[in-house]
Design a protein around this ligand. Sequence first.
Ligand code: ATP
Ligand code: ZN
Length: 286
Amino acid sequence: MIDTIRIAIQKSGRLSEDSLKLIKECGIRFDNGGGKLKTAATNFPAEILFLRDDDIPGYVEDGVAHLGIVGQNVSEETNKNVNTVHKLGFSKCRLSIGILREQNYEGVQDLDGKSIATTYPRLLGEYLKAHQVQANIHEISGSVEIAPSIGLADAVCDIVSSGSTLLSNGLKEVETIFRSEAVMIANKNLPAPQQALLDQLLFRIQSVQEAKNNKYILLNCPNESVDNIIKFLPGMRSPTVLPLAQAGWSSLHSVINENDFWENIEKIRQAGAEGILVIPIEKMIL
Ligand code: ATP
Ligand code: ZN
């Protein structure tokens, strides 16, 4: 039997689409039609398991799945014995405390003696302990944000991304207790063949992430500007410089980082570049 790696992802929810996209960008093809619980990849020794996100850390700990993609919030809250092997950069959100908008709030001590509804009792408990606040944690399984308006609790501790859900329930965000993004978790005792497959996967994920952080750039410039422009475009080893058909001009090709893109583009223009083309990169192997 061929050794395969079993990867658990969320069946349907906010992590599902990006998890599937990442696996596909790693060149792994599979048929996920028909709402199946499990599917085998056609061109990589992998099986994809579709599960509720809360169950994924437990399955990875038990080895039912070798790998899983979950939010750090769920991974930390479930507190299973797994390795976090890579941050994936999507499903960014935060776990925050919200109170009714009209209530006064000076600081975390104002939560003393209050009741807080949450589906994250562990993370909230740790936060309150660290801040020496005695509050009553009211664990509920969903629809946390309506708890204050129906008198079930004084405050909530829930996942926030834009804050619009809090606002529409008459709440205001007063403390952020945890910042989260999707991560890849792995079983702590992976057999050697699965460890080798994980290493291959991580290499592919890094190539995809690296590519997203960079763009391919082509530009024209007078020959005497080349040295100046290269200072802002170090490229992977060094830029490619080719002569243009027009005498005295060059074409320069390089890679530019997304983070300081606009600042560097401005400097390159001032240094004499024109006809600048910027093109997305699909994969980047360093
Ligand atoms: P399941 O049915 O699988 O238990 P769920 O309802 O618990 O799903 P989702 O709402 O799909 O979970 O959220 C999954 C994860 O996506 C969360 O644990 C969190 O990490 C992240 N997430 C939640 N809300 C947002 C948001 N508004 N923006 C970005 N990421 C979010
Ligand atoms: Zn869930």
